[in-house]
Design a protein around this ligand. Structure first.
Ligand code: FEO
Length: 385
């Protein structure tokens, strides 16, 4: 696939991966993107996952058509992109590897036997490399998603090679909505680093970008304002859409009944959007994504071993470690004796900024009572305000 005049896509689709990065289900697979810029000097942009060595090297060789690459640009050392550096250098030993100091340190740690003496070009933030017609400028983007990450701007074709930025779950041979899987990817993987993404967006504002070439997901060529706007919302932790997320755990179905009643009342009152997640059974990453997408969250769980049910603990930790903030939260707790779940859940958000707590919460003792039904009615009323 050709992008612009001299840029070729040489990435691969992964439909075998069971859990991306060891934890994310990817029903439509994953793409590991890589690019070749054919100019007077030839640059290869990143490699791919270890399982795709042969396919990727064949893709590269086809584009090179007998020519020798001059540079391998390494923007990110995570193995989904960097696993084939050594294999590439075995195939093309005269290539110069272009990376920053942090990247070369990591490269030495990942590849103990790789000798790059005389084959390194160390770049600083803002440095440029001329290939002939194309001039590449390297912009450091630490913590989007690792500390060594840099993105690359080709001022000739106005292309931003954006590393993990603007990536999504899903292989390129499957058609699916960008926003949904890009949001789940962003919140899950980069969500903690909003401030660093904001910094990168500010740098991007100064560039004339017509194409975004990420390391995952489709190449973006049209309506770039849409993607930039989404990234601005997500990285500044703003509410993207009005709606209520209800996340619950239930052992014998009593807490679930409260959740179902609340969802029904919210719908009757015309709440714009209600999504419900059973944290023991539904995709945790999807439940985390929706908590960041919508403005209001209801957490429902039981007291368990003097704490809260494990899936709820994991869920809240997933939120707080990603800097969850600027949201409204309501609590439903259930306990047959010594209920403590509401207090424990609230305490877990102690360091979260700008959380508004609902005044109307629900305290169940074993099963729903008439008083609980009134509490749920009041909670629904307050959420719909
Ligand atoms: Fe796609 Fe952070 O690696």
């Amino acid at each position: 696939m050709k992008i612009g005049n001299d840029i070729y896509y040489v990435g691969v689709n992964d439909h075998q991966v069971d859990l991306f990065e060891g934890q994310y289900v990817v029903p439509n697979g994953m793409s590991y993107n890589s690019y070749v810029i054919m100019d007077e000097k030839i640059a290869v942009m990143d490699t791919v996952d270890a399982n795709f060595k042969a396919e990727w090297l064949a893709n590269v060789a086809k584009v090179l058509n007998g020519a020798k690459p001059d540079y391998l640009v390494v923007q990110h050392m995570e193995p989904d992109h960097a696993a084939n550096i050594e294999n590439f250098m075995k195939a093309y030993p005269d290539t110069t590897v272009v990376a920053n100091t942090k990247t070369f340190t990591m490269m030495g740690n990942f590849f103990r036997n790789l000798n790059l003496d005389g084959k390194k070009l160390v770049v600083a933030n803002g440095d440029s490399l001329t290939l002939g017609k194309h001039m590449l400028t390297f912009v450091f983007a630490p913590m989007v998603h690792w500390p060594e990450v840099m993105v690359t701007y080709d001022s000739t074709d106005k292309v931003l090679f954006s590393a993990d930025g603007f990536g999504k779950f899903g292989a390129l041979d499957v058609e699916e909505d960008w926003d949904c899987e890009a949001r789940r990817y962003y919140i899950g993987i980069v969500g903690k680093y909003g401030a660093q993404v904001q910094k990168l967006l500010k740098a991007a504002e100064t560039l004339d970008i017509q194409t975004i070439c990420p390391l995952h997901g489709p190449i973006l060529t049209e309506n770039l304002g849409h993607y930039l706007e989404k990234y601005d919302i997500w990285s500044s932790y703003k509410v993207e859409s009005e709606g209520v997320v209800i996340a619950y755990t239930s052992v014998y179905g009593n807490t679930k009944k409260a959740v179902e009643l609340l969802a029904q009342k919210l719908e009757e009152k015309g709440c714009p959007k209600v999504t419900v997640f059973d944290l023991a059974r539904d995709d945790m990453a999807e439940a985390v994504e929706d908590a960041f997408r919508y403005g209001k969250l209801v957490l429902a769980t039981i007291t368990y071993n003097g704490d809260i049910f494990p899936f709820m603990r994991t869920y809240i930790e997933n939120l707080t470690e990603r800097s969850y903030q600027n949201r409204t939260i309501g609590l439903i707790e259930n306990g047959s004796w010594a209920p403590a779940a509401a207090r424990i859940m609230q305490g877990m958000f102690e360091k979260s900024k700008n959380i508004t707590w609902l005044e109307n919460n629900v305290k169940i003792t074993s099963s729903l009572s008439e008083a609980n039904e009134a509490e749920i009615e009041a909670m629904a009323e307050e959420l719909c305000k």
